[in-house]
Design a protein around this ligand. Structure first.
Ligand SMILES: Cc1cc2nc3c(=O)[nH]c(=O)nc-3n(C[C@H](O)[C@H](O)[C@H](O)COP(=O)(O)OP(=O)(O)OC[C@H]3O[C@@H](n4cnc5c(N)ncnc54)[C@H](O)[C@@H]3O)c2cc1C
Length: 460
């Protein structure tokens, strides 16, 4: 190994790269990590963390309104976008510094530069400097993708820019139906903007359980978000009073901000992957085996760049497993099943496991329990909102194979439910668990009536 400058070279200091670098270094590896933008990556700098801060900000308006029914008179409330963004930026800078310190404490050498692969053991930095590495980890993440080019695309922003707007737009059009689109629609709506959400499909949140998709669409409507489905943005033109957006079907809408959240693409371009022999999968992520090894034996890849499940905890787990495998002598494959996930919309969505459709396809014999009810808090506040919960149960084994929640704190709830689902808890286990009263969550252990019961035929 003497001819190598480092044992491990990590490209990208985001969720996956930072964890891999730190753990590999703790096993005694000499590690260098290259970052072309800011240490912390998407999650910390322009993803989960700043987004959740904006979500928190956006929810105060509901709280002020709801307080009246509980006897409070809240004085005139005023919101200042500039203060929110400045405070958010301070927190992000603090986190970036904390990530940097952690890496430095573990003797990981940070190079603030873009890096590319020259050959399986050689990395090239933007300065032209070359580094020899025994092992290479690609952890370059993903970036927003706007789909087919359209007239006026230069006027369209992505989530990256949304975090740095100079002012809160009065009228916003968000195109997309995934979690980022839905979350930003909720953020702008809560902060007082007039929001139109445009989605080409029939229902938002593709891939989620159908009942969840329908329930959330209704809830967004109740909050005043105009959800326009089966339409796309065909062009954007700058006009005197904002942007004139042309939708399919020749519908025009004038707004102050057009944001697309139409998907993300793995950052694979310009990395030298082809020359090194690293293959890309059909879905355009770096192809890897269960140990995150690419088609080149000493090159690995983790996180969004592999396009498996694009979430921070997954990238972190993959980075950790890679370090355990290669430097810790503990070969570890990440289990990508039963990964809980949340949408920080208003109201929140929390899900784990199979949707009703997936369960019927996979298992055939399936029982579904579901409930929709007015949460207690909405009684005195008078807010028109309902909670939705669904349990999908394997009809053969009685195991709960899916749980789907739309409502207050669904993200917090699903984390705990996911433990039970992962452990193979049965519906009988849920039923035997004492309720916590009065909560919304108690419905999870008190649903007794089957809403639907599917037979065997589909699987046979
Ligand atoms: C708006 C938004 C909200 C999100 N919300 C959530 C959420 O609530 N929960 C959740 O779990 N996930 C969320 N995600 C997804 C999450 O951020 C990603 O799954 C996660 O950051 C992936 O980690 P990663 O290590 O693969 O890549 P990243 O965190 O993207 O890190 C990759 C890093 O590599 C750097 N880089 C790229 N190319 C090079 C190069 N050639 N040389 C040097 N450096 C390079 C990039 O600058 C970046 O810093 C969100 C994403 C977005 C965009």
């Amino acid at each position: 190994m003497a001819d190598h400058d480092v044992d491990l070279f990590v490209i990208g200091a985001g969720s996956g790269g930072v964890r891999a670098a730190r753990v590999a270094a703790s096993y005694g590896a000499r590690v260098m990590i290259a970052e072309e933008y800011r240490v912390g990556g998407t999650c910390v700098i322009r993803g989960c963390v700043p987004k959740k801060l904006l979500v928190y900000a956006s929810r105060f308006s509901d709280e002020f309104e709801d307080a009246a029914g509980y006897g409070w008179t809240v004085g005139e409330s005023k919101f200042d976008w500039a203060s929110l963004i400045a405070n958010k930026d301070c927190e992000i800078a603090r986190l970036e510094a904390a990530y940097t310190t952690t890496l430095e404490r573990h003797n990981v050498q940070i190079v603030k530069s873009r890096a590319a692969i020259e050959d399986a053991h050689t990395l090239r930095l933007a300065t032209g400097a070359r580094i020899r590495a025994e092992t290479v980890l690609i952890a370059t993440g993903s970036r927003p993708h706007h789909g087919t080019p359209l007239a006026g695309e230069q006027h369209v922003i992505s989530s990256n820019e949304a975090f740095h707007l100079k002012q809160l737009p009065k009228r916003v059009l968000v195109q997309g139906g995934g979690y980022i689109a839905v979350e930003f629609a909720g953020i702008f709506n809560g902060l007082g903007s007039e929001v139109t959400l445009v989605y080409r499909g029939e229902k938002i949140l593709r891939g989620f359980d159908d009942d969840v998709r329908e329930h959330l669409m209704r809830e967004l409507g109740l909050r005043g978000i105009k959800v326009v489905t089966r339409k796309t943005v065909n062009g954007v033109e700058k006009v005197n009073n904002g942007f004139d957006v042309c939708l399919s079907g020749n519908e025009q809408i004038v707004v102050d901000l057009v944001m697309f959240a139409t998907g993300r693409r793995p950052n694979v371009e310009g990395l030298g992957l082809e020359a090194a022999g690293v293959k890309i999968s059909e879905r355009s992520g770096v192809m890897v085996d269960p140990y995150s090894k690419t088609t080149v034996p000493n090159i690995y890849a983790v996180g969004d760049v592999t396009d498996r499940i694009n979430l921070t905890p997954v990238a972190i787990r993959e980075g950790h497993a890679f370090a355990d495998t290669v430097f810790g002598g503990k070969p570890t494959a990440v289990d990508h099943s039963k990964v809980p996930t949340a949408v920080f919309s208003e109201p929140e969505v929390g899900v784990v496991g199979l949707t009703e459709t997936q369960a019927v396809e996979l298992l055939g014999k399936v029982d579904v329990y579901k409930t929709s009810f007015r949460p207690m808090k909405a009684t005195l506040s008078g807010r028109d909102t309902r909670v939705f919960m669904k349990l999908v149960v394997d009809g053969e084994t009685d195991k709960v194979v899916g749980c789907h929640i739309v409502g207050l704190d669904a993200a917090e709830l699903i984390q705990a439910v996911a433990i039970a689902v992962r452990m193979g808890a049965t519906k009988a286990d849920f039923d035997a668990t004492m309720a916590v009263h009065p909560t919304a969550a108690e419905e999870l252990v008190t649903m007794r009536e089957k809403a639907v019961s599917y037979g065997r035929a589909a699987a046979e």
